[in-house]
Design a protein around this ligand. Structure first.
Ligand code: HEC
Ligand code: HEC
Length: 350
């Protein structure tokens, strides 16, 4: 590099050049100084006097006596520790793994609970307001809704938002997911998953499923509640003639109202039942239509007990839908006798 070149060079190039020159000079100085100091006759460690940090070591007598045994003893002890230690760790491992899974689930439930809270909740985090319609613990509630009729006029109604603490007794987790992701078209229940056009990602939907799972009551409690609901309905309808024996009044029609009507009777969910119209989210069950679908009574009982499976055939020409979770199964929330009573009532609907 000439002087002219050096002037034309950029700053990093100039710095590089000077660093390279400095390194060459420093290396030359090092070689010069060491070559002058070294004496070819002197081997390392052959100094006349031992440095203060070096002293003669023990002789063989001492080295091979108790000292050796002590060293071997320590060696054996360490060997035992390294041999047994992993074994003890392994014994603890299943418990540790189970604990990790529990903790993972607990966190998912907690995240789901956050998502479930009313949007104006003071708690930290993102809330999507399920609780506003479904109740703070998913026990059910009402949703204000605007209905638009065929002339374009709107009016406000209060739409029944079902309890969620029995959702997994009636739907499986896949169906519950479908309800959350796609919502229920033409009801106040919006779509929540990204695939359905909603705001939540897969993880958030999974967390909500985990939270709803944690809310579930036992089938026994669910049956007790169904019974209470039917009793209330029967009392409203003036069907309870003997309050001491209310079970007699729990008939098919009453049970249909409290369990099936919100999906199968248009307008039932907002207090304007249109029995003649039949069918809302679920298909029309009147006019003998179910007799065509289920000529066999027992097959229909089985269907109502188990519910539908997405994509699977039922009855004569039915196919389980994905949208809205399809037809729920009632085997865990009603008794076999109650289901039979509903089905017998329902087959007589003309
Ligand atoms: C604006 C009110 C509203 C909000 C907010 C809302 N829902 Fe709903 N949800 C409803 C209504 C109303 C229904 C019943 C629709 C019908 O009649 O089929 C429903 C139905 C459901 C069902 C089906 C239950 C069944 O037995 O049929 C589930 C599960 C559900 N909602 C979960 C949720 C979750 C989880 C959230 C929060 C991410 C949520 N909902 C937010 C109003 C709401
Ligand atoms: C959450 C809403 C919902 C509730 C509650 C509900 N169903 Fe259904 N039901 C459906 C849907 C949706 C279908 C259509 C099948 C599918 O998509 O899985 C259906 C289908 C049926 C069918 C077959 C009809 C046909 O012609 O294909 C019968 C019968 C039936 N339900 C009876 C009942 C009875 C009895 C009850 C009460 C014990 C009930 N359902 C409660 C949603 C519901």
């Amino acid at each position: 590099m000439t002087a002219a070149n050096l002037l034309a060079a950029t700053a990093p190039e100039r710095i590089g050049f000077f660093v390279a020159v400095a390194m060459v000079v420093a290396w030359a100085v090092y070689v010069f100084v060491t070559s002058r100091n070294s004496d070819p006759d002197q081997k390392p460690g052959s100094e006349i006097e031992l440095a203060p940090n070096r002293k003669p070591y023990f002789n063989d007598e001492i080295l091979e006596g108790p000292r050796l045994e002590r060293a071997l003893g320590w060696g054996l002890l360490l060997l035992v520790v390294t041999a047994i230690g992993p074994l003890l760790y392994w014994l603890n491992e299943p418990g540790r793994q189970a604990g990790a899974v529990d903790e993972f689930d607990r966190k998912a439930v907690e995240r789901g609970r956050q998502l479930f809270l009313p949007t104006d909740s003071p708690e930290h985090g993102a809330h999507f307001g399920c609780a506003t319609c479904h109740g703070s613990k998913g026990q059910g509630g009402v949703a204000p809704y605007s209905l638009t009729d065929y002339l374009g006029a709107t009016r406000k109604v209060e739409w029944e938002a079902p309890p969620l603490d029995t959702a997994l007794l009636k739907f499986d987790k896949k169906e519950l997911r479908a309800i959350l992701v796609y919502g229920r078209a033409n009801t106040p229940m919006p779509a929540w998953g990204i695939e359905g056009g909603g705001p939540m990602n897969d993880q958030q939907i999974d967390d909500l499923v985990a939270y709803i799972d944690s809310l579930q009551i036992s089938p026994q409690k669910a049956r007790q509640r169904s019974f209470q609901e039917a009793l209330t309905q029967a009392t409203i309808d003036g069907k309870v003639t003997d309050p001491l024996n209310p079970a007699l009044a729990i008939d098919g029609e009453t049970l249909f109202k409290t369990n099936c009507a919100r999906c199968h009777t248009k307008g039932w969910a907002y207090g304007e039942p249109d029995v003649q119209g039949g069918g809302a989210f679920g298909p029309n069950l009147t006019n003998g239509l179910t007799l065509r679908q289920f000529p066999d009574l027992d097959a229909m009982i089985e269907f109502v007990t188990e519910g539908s499976e997405y994509g699977e055939a039922y009855g004569e020409r039915g196919q389980g839908g994905d949208e809205g979770g399809g037809m729920p199964g009632f085997g865990q929330v009603l008794t076999a006798a109650q289901i039979r009573a509903i089905v017998e009532y329902e087959r007589g609907l003309l």
